[in-house]
Design a protein around this ligand. Structure first.
Ligand SMILES: [Zn+2]
Length: 109
């Protein structure tokens, strides 16, 4: 995996506030992203990886919420026609499958 160090935005929004908050920047680097590691309250961590994980989770939560909305919408408007109903249910099934995959991804973090 290629090392992707912090972007300018991440330096500005993640690293700078952290330094100002009194966290200590170590001269070790994160093996995953190449960002300098920080130490605060005796805990050594990579603020960039933590920040990215949080963002990924937030993004996935947004997607999952939209899928849930769609699922509810579909469940509330089941057609009488059997052919249409079949299509409807197959879409619902796919959405449920996606939601389950997202849940697994979320749990894996
Ligand atoms: Zn990192």
């Amino acid at each position: 995996m290629a090392l992707k160090g912090p972007t300018e935005e991440e330096i500005r929004t993640v690293l700078m506030p952290l330094m100002l908050s009194g966290a200590k920047m170590l001269d070790k680097h994160c093996p995953r992203c190449g960002s300098p590691l920080f130490e605060k309250d005796g805990r050594v961590f990579c603020p960039i990886c933590e920040h990215r994980a949080r963002q990924r989770k937030a993004k996935m939560k947004g997607i999952a919420e939209r899928l849930m909305e769609k699922l509810t919408e579909l469940a509330n408007s089941l057609p009488e026609d059997l052919t249409e109903l079949e299509k409807h249910l197959s879409v619902m099934e796919k959405i449920i499958g996606l939601l389950e995959r997202y849940k697994k991804l979320e749990g894996g973090e």
